[in-house]
Design a protein. Structure first.
Length: 334
């Protein structure tokens, strides 16, 4: 049996969504320790799975790898379509498990496009590989325009910056009981509309925040400055998404962000991806106060939901292979 363990990621936003600039997208995000995903696979003559999405990825994986198949089970699951990167983590975990079960060393960066992942953001792949805080290079605008190419016809964006963040940092997550974030065809249509009318001046503002505030704070481990910077990037990205999602943050996320931001223990708060997950950055000393503030923020927004806290995951996914593997306890390569 091969097993793969990984976890959620936060997506703070994009560097550029305007066709007027040379590079499109370019993402900022961080790998977390919670919530977690665990996938197991054993070799088989065909593909079976206890989850429809896992079966689809297992079929793609078997085709990419040129192996007969695998029996796949999802033993721990990430919440789907809430802004925590569940699709990419499941796809890569299934691929890596199928590969290892069949005695093949997986290459998640090479395989991700054929699995339909990293067509915009490369943060999920980079987080699976090595964890940490990641900035990726985006895609050439001339190739992507308003539509991404067919699956398999792009490369995963290169990592242009990666930093391990301090062990005592915590991200408090508020997961409102609200409609899921956008995915699939709905997400594609929304992103196309956003890109077609995105103001290129916003990208210049984001670039300034990244180069002068975010990257120095990450390199130096300055929590307050890092939190302020990611919150500002979220607000700037919200200017691009306002028409598509009904405001700088999608309802009822705006109220949750505002209330959580008011907590003295929280350095910065924002919406991950399309939401509805809201994050707040704090540290080990402030995590209890931040959790309470997140619960109060959900109440202020008039919604139920879950609250949890996670550390930054500064290493890659754990991939344990079958007895055939020469390297039975590899991590990060998939």
């Amino acid at each position: 049996m091969a097993t793969v363990e990984t976890a959620a990621r936060l997506h703070f936003g994009f560097g550029n969504l305007s066709l007027a600039h040379e590079r499109l997208y370019g993402s900022f995000g961080v790998a977390l320790t919670e919530p977690r995903l665990r996938v197991a696979a054993t070799p088989a003559d065909g593909v079976t799975a206890d989850d429809a999405a896992a079966r689809e990825y297992a079929e793609r994986a078997a085709a990419v790898l040129g192996v007969p198949g695998a029996a796949v089970s999802v033993e721990e699951r990430l919440p789907r379509h809430v802004g925590l990167g569940s699709g990419t983590q499941l796809a890569l975990a299934v691929y890596a498990a199928v590969a290892r079960a069949n005695g093949v060393e997986p290459d998640v960066r090479e395989a991700a496009p054929a699995l339909g992942r990293a067509g915009r953001s490369g943060v999920g792949v980079a987080g699976f590989e090595r964890g940490g805080f990641v900035v990726d290079a985006g895609h050439p605008t001339a190739r992507f325009t308003t539509d991404r190419p067919a699956d398999g016809e792009w490369r995963v964006p290169a990592v242009v910056a990666r930093h391990e963040l301090p062990e005592d940092w915590r991200f408090v997550l508020a997961l409102p009981d609200a409609d899921p974030g956008r995915s699939g065809d709905e997400e594609e249509a929304s992103m196309r509309a956003v890109v077609e009318r995105a103001d290129p001046a916003v990208a210049d503002e984001v670039s300034g925040v990244v180069s002068r505030r975010l990257l120095p704070a990450a390199a130096e481990g300055r929590l307050a400055a890092f939190g302020d910077a990611v919150a500002e990037i979220g607000r700037l990205n919200g200017a691009w998404y306002a028409d598509a999602q009904g405001g700088v943050y999608r309802p009822p996320v705006g109220t949750v962000v505002e209330e959580l931001s008011a907590c003295p223990a929280v350095a910065g708060a924002g919406q991950s991806s399309w939401g509805p997950t809201v994050y707040g950055l704090t540290d080990a000393a402030g995590v209890d106060a931040a959790r309470e503030a997140a619960r109060d923020a959900l109440a202020a927004a008039g919604v139920d939901g879950d609250v949890l806290a996670a550390r930054v995951r500064n290493d890659g996914a754990t991939v344990r292979g079958s007895a055939n593997r020469r390297d039975p306890d590899a991590a990060g390569r998939g």
